[in-house]
Unconditional design. Structure first.
Lengths: 397, 146
């Protein structure tokens, strides 16, 4: 059996998205800035894609800036808020400890520019509370940036409540929604979101394309200099094939979203129940307030990289937040943010399911993960020590 | 390019000499939980020859492969020769390790040396201290360069 269970890393492009892309690489290859008919056709297509994407987010087409992906959108959002903050001498930003590095590393750059950053802890549930945000807001806070759903453990943040709080306090609110768009209902007006980042390849669109929504009235700054594309907010000839595919992929994934989410959640919960039967394993993050396709576990006595390479041999593509997979000394900052000790965080496994996952595939994953964890434990001196009582278990049986 | 060489994957998939040993003549353990790799080596020694060797490893694919290869390299060899085993020899036998994984071969070398040290100590065999890793002052995590 071959199961791709790494959809939080990237997804397979849908046929509809590929079909939407092809004409704009073949016959309709004009530059949207050109005045001739070829160019104007491209410009019309670009406008239609912008309208469709805006419609899915509940915003105006003029509030969408196309970017090269989620990281660029995050960077532009933070740089824009920082530029506005600086103008009013407000140089404090609130975020969380478990954001994506596109946020955390941009915040580090802003700290070097004199900004003060408060990173809120997320606790074992992996969910920040609106009260925490409220308590952290200061008169000089210029931005709250909190992800919609976490990329490793899938936990969903109370975005609408945080949005309303920020609106009330007069603080800008940005949300990195790269994992949420297409999987959770989004309405930027209703949820009081000022800026939102998205990336097409997380919902069966192409890589290298994304968007930033910026509410009318907020002046975005450019992070790429050049021509006047995107109303002067993002230079560079628009990647129309990718933009067309992104619009199509977003339309497709948003169709019957609730039904698809309900089905996927059922598969997720079946997988969680199955993996919970493995002794001394623990689910990372809240069991219910998580993305419909996200399952993240830590297993004691095994190491994540070995786990995922054995799974790869059995046809399952998964990921892990162990140090060995990150290329750094420490395991994933997300698992550490949950309070998982290094000992447990090294044994992490993320299975992020696609919409087409079947019950048989879920059962195969349960059996295979169980078998591989047992195999690794049988050769682990740590597991031997745990079993003989020479080392204390950190999780429940 | 694949993450690991064929040889690493072979030893990872089919580790040689895996398991523990009742009444081993020498046991050595290297690494620590915080970094995410621990290797344990068990030796059976007769007439100064390593008659049998077993290992247990908690760690990534290259850690498992390094310990497996290291046990193959010392099995049947005189103790003094096993003591000469270097991490480079382990890495070379595995047809190379990625730079960030070289510490796995270091752990294998250390675990073997510590098992031999244990054997020397148990049998009151005199030894040269500098031939062994200094575990009293181990700063493994800070220098192995994950």
């Amino acid at each position: 059996m071959k199961i791709y269970a790494d959809n939080a890393a990237t997804t397979k492009m849908s046929k509809r998205a590929i079909d939407a892309m092809l004409p704009f690489m073949g016959t309709l290859y004009g530059n949207a800035s050109s005045l001739h008919t070829d160019g104007q056709r491209a410009a019309e297509a670009l406008l239609s894609a912008r309208e469709r994407i805006a419609g899915r987010l509940g915003c105006e087409p003029s509030e969408i800036i196309f970017t090269s992906g989620g990281s660029e959108a995050d960077t532009q959002a933070l740089m824009s808020a920082a530029a506005l903050g600086e103008r009013h001498n407000k140089k404090h930003i609130i975020s969380t400890t478990f954001e994506h590095h596109a946020i955390l590393h941009t915040l580090e750059a802003l700290e070097k520019r004199g900004f003060e950053v408060t990173l809120l802890p997320v606790g074992e549930s992996g969910i920040v509370s609106v009260e925490q945000v409220e308590a952290a807001i200061r008169p000089d806070t210029c931005l709250v940036t909190i992800m919609y759903a976490n990329n490793e453990i899938g936990t969903i943040q109370p975005v609408a409540d945080i949005g309303r709080l920020c609106r009330e306090k007069g603080v800008l609110f940005h949300t990195d929604s790269v994992q949420a768009v297409g999987h959770l209902a989004i309405d930027v007006k209703e949820q009081c979101i000022d800026m939102l980042s998205l990336s097409a390849h997380k919902f069966h669109g192409p890589k290298g394309i994304g968007a930033l929504y910026v509410r009318k009235g907020i002046q975005p700054v450019s992070v790429i200099y050049g021509g006047g594309q995107e109303r002067g907010k993002r230079a560079g000839t628009e990647n129309i094939p990718a933009i067309m595919a992104m619009a199509e992929a977003l339309d497709e994934i948003c169709e019957n979203m609730e039904e698809k989410a309900a089905r996927l959640s059922e598969m997720r919960d079946r997988l969680i129940r199955g993996l919970n039967r493995i002794p001394h394993g623990v689910l990372n993050g809240d069991a219910l307030r998580r993305l419909p396709g996200n399952v993240s576990f830590c297993f004691e006595g095994v190491e994540g990289e070995a786990l995922l390479l054995y799974l790869d041999d059995k046809g399952i593509s998964a990921s892990s937040g162990s140090a060995c997979t990150s290329g750094s000394l420490d395991p994933s900052h997300v698992l550490l943010a949950l309070g998982r000790p290094h000992e447990i965080a090294h044994g992490s496994l993320r299975l992020s399911l696609g919409e087409e996952i079947t019950r048989e595939e879920v059962d195969y994953m349960i059996d295979t993960v169980t078998e591989v964890v047992e195999k690794l434990r049988s050769m682990s001196p740590v597991w031997r020590d745990l079993q003989s009582g020479n080392r204390a278990y950190m999780t429940e049986a | 390019m694949a993450l690991y060489s064929e040889k690493v994957m072979d030893h990872f998939r089919n580790p040689r000499n895996i398991g523990c040993m009742e009444e081993a003549d020498g046991i050595g353990e290297a690494g620590n939980m915080k970094c995410g790799d621990i290797m344990k080596i068990y030796l059976k020694i007769e007439n100064d020859i390593i008659e049998d060797v077993k290992f247990e490893t908690f760690g990534c694919a290259s850690a498992i492969a390094s310990s497996s290869m290291a046990t193959e390299l010392i099995k049947g060899k005189p103790v003094a020769q096993a003591l000469e085993l270097t991490n480079q020899a382990v890495a070379e036998a595995l047809e190379g390790l990625p730079p960030v994984k070289m510490h796995c071969s270091v752990l294998a070398e250390e675990a073997i040396k510590l098992a031999i040290l244990d054997y020397y100590k148990k049998n009151d065999i005199p030894y040269a201290k500098e031939q062994f890793p200094d575990c009293e002052n181990c700063s493994h995590c800070s220098h192995h360069g994950h």
